[in-house]
Write a protein that binds this ligand. Structure first.
Ligand code: IMP
Ligand code: MG
Length: 174
């Protein structure tokens, strides 16, 4: 038995409203281009699947799975567990992630894709915990700024639990 209380922070209606709004902005910026959307697994697959249904259906989507190790230093180390299958060279990349926390993952992937010859790399996240940032990295598109709570739902997990919740909630230990 898991004994967690989950308190709603952002309702499913508000999430859907905001995704529709943000996708208009993204669509406008990528007009006339052919971006590659890269969804970071596992956390972003729920957000990404809703987002792409508001975007040009001709946009291609690929996936990358990473693990971040935060050591005793403030900067963590990121390892690619499963890579994209697409050649990144010359592509306009839109990285989609669930949450920008320390910023280590996003910073690593942005640099990796630029090193592989991407023309441009932009980042889109569902949530931004700005106060937790240890790496100075930019986030071009975000749905919500949130305070430093531990969040679950809408793709985000605690020990692989709660990804399927349709809302964003704060995990409270009982
Ligand atoms: P980073 O610290 O910005 O590199 O974020 C690494 C990853 O940690 C995110 O993509 C999430 O998968 C995970 N993460 C960060 N904060 C939370 C949280 O509040 N709940 C669940 N996962 C989180
Ligand atoms: Mg993640």
């Amino acid at each position: 038995m898991n004994s967690h209380k989950i308190k709603t922070l952002i309702t499913k209606e508000r999430i859907q409203e905001r995704i529709a709004e943000l996708s208009k902005e993204i669509q406008k910026d990528f007009e006339g281009r052919d971006p590659l959307i890269v969804s970071i697994l596992k956390g972003s697959f729920v957000f990404c699947s809703d987002l792409i249904r508001h975007l040009n259906p001709e946009y291609k989507v690929d996936f990358i799975m990473v693990k971040s190790y935060i050591g005793t230093q403030s900067s963590g180390e990121v390892k690619i567990i499963s890579d994209v299958k697409t050649n990144i060279e010359g592509k306009d990349i839109l990285i989609v992630d669930d949450i920008a926390d320390t910023g280590v993952t996003i910073d690593f992937l942005r640099k990796t894709f630029l090193e592989r010859g991407a023309s441009s790399v932009k980042v889109c996240v569902l949530l931004d915990k700005k106060d937790r940032r240890v790496v100075d990295t930019s986030v071009e598109y975000k749905c919500f700024d949130i305070p430093n709570y531990f969040i679950v739902g809408f793709g985000l997990d605690y020990n692989d639990l709660y990804r399927g919740l349709p809302f964003v909630g704060i995990l409270e230990q009982i």
